[in-house]
Design a protein around this ligand. Structure first.
Ligand code: SF4
Length: 168
């Protein structure tokens, strides 16, 4: 059977691309979906030039104007990330992706409920990672999920059904 091509946050398949040089291997994804899926790994923070390792970052500000800020040196990485993401999603047109699995809680990859800090350093789970938002706006019909939700077998089956529908 021809495998289905989908994008995935690179750290989830064990690539050491996180800010601390580690990964977030979601072994169950490989164990359960590997037979159907050909993964295209993408790490927005590493690929946009922030390097590995790098300083950890977080989202700050208002929902419609989120900023990506490094935690200690307080550098604003928003524009670098947005510029890169707009180019990258346009390139992804050629990849014929049938979906994307995002790393939950990440200020770049989180699909929903990412922590956003206000000017009093109080967080609320109201954000979307900058790359995830641009991807979802560019490909509004593509099935997307976060790895944290795909632990649930029913949600996983539903996701596979949706990506198969795109492929047909
Ligand atoms: S969550 Fe996204 S940006 Fe962060 S390490 Fe994983 S792939 Fe890279």
């Amino acid at each position: 059977m021809e495998k289905i091509r989908i994008g995935i946050s690179s750290c989830l398949i064990g690539n050491p691309v996180r800010y601390d040089g580690g990964h977030k291997l979601a072994r169950f994804l490989l164990d359960t979906l590997d037979q159907y899926i050909d993964y295209l790994p993408i790490c927005p923070e590493a690929e946009c030039g922030m390097g590995i390792p790098r300083e950890a970052m977080r989202l700050e500000g208002k929902f419609d104007a989120l900023r990506l800020i490094t935690r200690l040196s307080r550098e604003d990485k928003t524009d670098i990330m947005i510029r890169w993401a707009i180019n990258r999603v346009a390139q992804l047109e050629r990849e014929n992706l049938c979906g994307f699995i995002f790393k939950s809680d990440s200020p770049s990859c989180g699909m929903e409920r990412v922590k956003v800090y206000d000017d009093k350093d109080v967080s609320a789970r109201t954000g979307i990672g900058l790359f995830a938002r641009i991807f979802m706006e560019y490909f509004p019909g593509l099935p997307v999920e976060e790895e944290s939700r795909l632990c649930d077998a029913t949600l996983r089956e539903n996701f596979v059904e949706r990506i198969l529908t795109i492929k047909r």
